[in-house]
Write a protein that binds this ligand. Structure first.
Ligand code: PLP
Length: 414
């Protein structure tokens, strides 16, 4: 878009173009309520409505857990609202140190480093390593999250993109490069739009073969997979082979913040050279207290994890019975395929306005055109009634919008 001396005109035109493409984002006006997860309040022109939320990333509802809330309230009473500055200026709060020790222990690593979000963790770790390791090459899965892409971009090193979940392609790319150059292989365990899982062990085989640092984003797995909720690498017994494990405190751990866990020298390196870590205010101590409590609860929460998987399996089975197409997810994420941007938005609006069910539409550029979807995330708190409500509503929406159904034969084969 050309700039013709008019700033506001430029902004308006750009937004208009976004609207025309159907990609303009409108946020639902919702308010979470203690003790009623997964229900929330919706504010409309006509007042308040109760909505059933089916797309929360508070995957286990731990952000509403009374013990987590209590830990945070007590910490605010004892220590006040904010951290008071960067860790450089205000010193490291005892709770930040304790949380880093717990995160390191959870992942079986020597050390961990906290960031203000998972996004900042990815951005900082990757940009710092890629820019400071002389001649570094970063190998990045084609489906990696924007926070990793931005980190790699800001690192300004050479970059190679390998085909999604394809260790053979990674090997091919790595074999073509100078063996003496430092290398980083960056990928995720659970990919949150399709709900697929990467072949971690095979990718690590390749990374090790070429003496690369492995960087694994477990944002959509921590709290939910593995014996202690340390993620898919724990579940698969390969956690000790991953050089850098990255996670968030904002999804299954219910609060906000991000981290990396790794060998002590690497953590100290990112702590010492990573500007988006150094020059920003530390997380409020109450956040650290809430995260500590959530991690403590989820370390031994095999029952919650089992229930989570059962709920996801139940929703998938019910959708198949109803002939509603879903992508072949192997995780707790249930991607309901619509395949059309406008209908996707319409389906989401109908669910909200006619059925008081909230599932946000996922359109391009988050997913490829033609694969627009509703991303449903069942939690252990969605009971059978909630599932019935969702399936009935989707069934009606499917009919109203004349969306294609899978044949029952096809559904049975899946
Ligand atoms: C959400 C997300 C992040 C960022 O985590 P936040 O804590 O929300 O900033 C990083 N990686 C992936 C794959 C994500 O989905």
């Amino acid at each position: 878009m050309a700039f013709e001396g008019d700033y506001l005109g430029f902004f308006r035109e750009s937004l208009e173009k976004l609207r025309e493409e159907g990609n303009y984002r409108v946020f639902a006006n919702l308010e979470r309520r203690s003790d009623s997860f997964p229900h929330a309040k919706r504010h409309t022109e006509n007042g308040e409505e109760d909505v059933l939320v089916w797309c929360s990333n508070d995957y286990l509802g731990i952000g509403q857990d009374s013990r987590v809330r209590e830990a945070m309230i007590e910490t605010i009473k004892a220590q006040g609202a904010g951290a008071g500055g960067t860790r450089n200026i205000s010193g490291t709060n005892r709770l930040h140190g304790e949380l880093e020790r717990q995160l390191a222990s959870l992942h079986g690593k020597e050390a961990a480093l906290l960031f203000t979000s998972g996004y900042v963790a990815n951005l900082t770790a990757l940009s710092t390593l890629a820019s400071r390791l002389p001649g570094c090459i970063v190998y990045s899965d084609s489906e990696n999250h924007n926070s990793m892409i931005e980190g790699i971009r800001q690192g300004r090193s050479d970059k190679r993109v390998f085909r999604h979940n394809d260790p053979a392609h990674l090997d091919e790319l790595m074999a073509a490069d100078d063996p003496s150059r430092p290398k980083i292989v960056a990928f995720e365990s659970v990919y949150s739009m399709d709900g697929d899982i990467s072949p971690i062990s095979e990718i690590l085989d390749v990374a090790e073969k070429y003496n690369a640092i492995s960087f694994l984003d477990e944002v959509h797995a921590v709290g939910m997979y593995g014996e202690h909720g340390a993620g898919v690498a724990e579940r698969d017994g390969v956690m000790d082979r991953v050089d850098i494990l990255q996670g968030t405190l904002g999804k299954a751990f219910g609060v906000i913040g991000g981290y990396i866990a790794a060998k002590a020298e690497l953590i100290d390196f990112v702590r010492s050279f990573g500007n988006p870590f150094i020059f920003t205010t530390a997380l409020p101590p109450a956040i650290a207290a809430g995260a500590l409590k959530a991690i403590e609860i989820l370390r031994d929460a095999k029952d919650i994890r089992a229930k989570h998987q059962e709920r996801a399996a139940t929703v998938k089975a019910r959708l198949r019975q109803a002939g509603i197409p879903i992508l072949p997810s192997v995780t707790h994420i249930v991607p309901v395929l619509i395949g059309d941007a406008e209908k996707c938005k319409k389906a989401s609006d109908m669910l909200l306005n006619d059925f008081n069910i909230y599932v946000q539409p996922i359109n391009y550029p988050t997913v490829a055109k033609g694969t627009e979807r509703l991303r449903v995330t069942p939690t252990p708190h969605h009971d059978d009634d909630a599932v019935d409500r969702l399936i009935n509503a989707l069934d009606k929406v499917w009919t109203a919008l004349d969306l294609p159904r899978t044949s029952s034969a096809q559904a049975a084969a899946e």
